[in-house]
Design a protein around this ligand. Structure first.
Ligand SMILES: [Zn+2]
Length: 256
């Protein structure tokens, strides 16, 4: 039997058994397991991990655990600069795109309100979500850690909050999305990018008050819904403003 010492940082502790949170703890093991498997056996999906240090050296997921090693495990710091250290995963996804599990339909709509490509459909199987994520380079959002443990899922995040509004704030802060938001650019119902629509083409379908007050319209090329910068946009701007105020206190310096 060999023994290594583990310490998990920041929000990774949420995923551990309470007595392992925030402190170094011993872990006994047999043979030479890959560090990835040990981390997952402790309850942390590999998609949550961005950096592993073994005795101060950056190692990747396939590194085999050694007797006496001191292992530090850090979360996905999209918002912090840890570039000088090697990351355990491929490059971050260049375009931020999501696929959400079946329980997160309201979060998907809210992400679309901010202009993000957020794929969601009713009752998807875990396997289908994992396949779409891998094929289309999408970040998986889920409340189920099991889904994130699948090997083909390279980018994923387990949503902690239950309320959809708080979920949006959590995801925007956690993945540092505010700068890339483009409100009113995507259909809330089918995720398609909206097109500019000339007023004369959509006027007949509009309520009279809207027709009188607005000149700019966008239309979904798939479901033909028409959008305009009305009260909907004001509400969205309030949401964005409130996220901006809270973004600053997201992750106070949890650095190696
Ligand atoms: Zn649509």
């Amino acid at each position: 039997m060999s023994r290594a010492t583990f310490r998990f940082y920041a929000e990774l502790n949420d995923l551990l058994a309470p007595w392992r949170r925030g402190v170094p703890f011993p872990h006994d093991f047999n043979g030479a397991p890959a560090v990835k498997d040990v981390i997952e056996s402790l309850g942390v999906p590999h998609t949550e991990v961005d950096l592993i240090l073994a005795d101060g050296e950056s190692v990747d997921f396939s590194w085999t655990l050694k007797d006496g090693a001191r292992v530090s495990v850090y979360p996905v710091f999209e918002a912090l600069d840890i570039a000088p250290l090697t990351r355990v995963r491929p490059e971050p996804l260049r375009t931020v795109r999501f696929v959400l599990d079946g329980h997160l339909g309201r979060l998907a709509r809210r992400l679309r309100m901010l202009g993000f490509d957020a794929l969601w459909w009713r009752d998807p199987g875990d396997e289908e979500i994992a396949r779409v994520a891998a094929a289309e380079h999408r970040i998986v959002l889920t409340r189920d850690s099991g889904l994130l443990k699948r090997r083909v899922v390279t980018h994923g995040y387990r949503v902690r909050e239950v309320d959809p509004r708080r979920q949006l704030a959590e995801v925007v802060r956690r993945l540092d999305l505010l700068r890339s938001a483009a409100p009113l650019s995507r259909c809330l119902c089918c995720n398609a990018l909206l097109e500019t629509a000339p007023k004369e083409e959509v006027a007949s379908a509009l309520p009279p008050r809207v027709r009188e007050r607005h000149e700019e319209f966008r239309r979904c090329p798939v479901c033909r819904r028409v959008y305009w910068p009305g009260s909907h946009r004001q509400r969205m701007e309030q949401v964005i403003a409130s996220l901006g105020r809270r973004a600053g206190d997201a992750f106070p310096g949890a650095r190696p």
